[in-house]
Design a protein. Structure first.
Length: 180
């Protein structure tokens, strides 16, 4: 029997603790949500340099940043229908439709997409240069599968690979075809 979606996943406990936090502490915490904006130029530069690296060594069909962003029409709310929080503090951002639209339609998806794209690119690089299985690679690197690794393209180097690395479908397209 297949487990339900979150039976086997780890859950962070936040909802039960949030209301118990003092307002000043939650306000300071909110600042730290937006500080990563300061890192965006560096993450973007890093991601595009990895993308360029992959292109220059011959990679094609590499996913683009836009592949990691949700389609606009998939968002449930627009400015007219956006829900807001009720509260006694009138200056709270949580009572502004514009805040939630900017936050949930732009900031969060763009941030998550950027970091997911960067992680994907780094996984492609690792699958290319280091096709050596470790305990996390088979579960989390499959989205970054490649046709063959650097070690698979030359017969003399293929012969050196451990059989599990040689026949891993994440970095050997031939092995993936035999699994089908």
């Amino acid at each position: 029997m297949k487990p339900k979606a979150c039976e086997s996943c780890h859950r962070v406990s936040i909802g039960e603790h949030h209301p118990k936090q003092p307002v000043w502490r939650r306000g300071i915490g909110l600042i730290f949500v937006y500080l990563p904006i300061l890192t965006w130029p560096f993450v973007i530069l890093s991601a595009y340099s990895v993308y360029l690296h992959l292109y220059l060594i011959g990679a094609r069909n590499v996913k683009k940043y836009s592949d990691f962003l949700p389609k606009r029409e998939s968002h449930r709310y627009d400015l007219k229908s956006q829900i807001t929080m009720d509260g006694s503090f009138k200056a709270s951002f949580a009572q502004s439709k514009l805040y939630w639209i900017l936050n949930c339609t732009w900031y969060c998806p763009m941030s998550v997409g950027l970091f997911e794209w960067h992680a994907y690119l780094v996984q492609v690089v690792e699958n290319w240069w280091c096709p050596f299985t470790h305990d996390r690679k088979n579960n989390t690197y499959a989205e970054a599968s490649i046709d063959q690794s650097f070690w698979h393209i030359y017969p003399s180097d293929r012969a050196k690979l451990h059989p599990e690395d040689l026949n891993n479908p994440i970095f050997n397209e031939e092995a993936a075809k035999t699994e089908e």
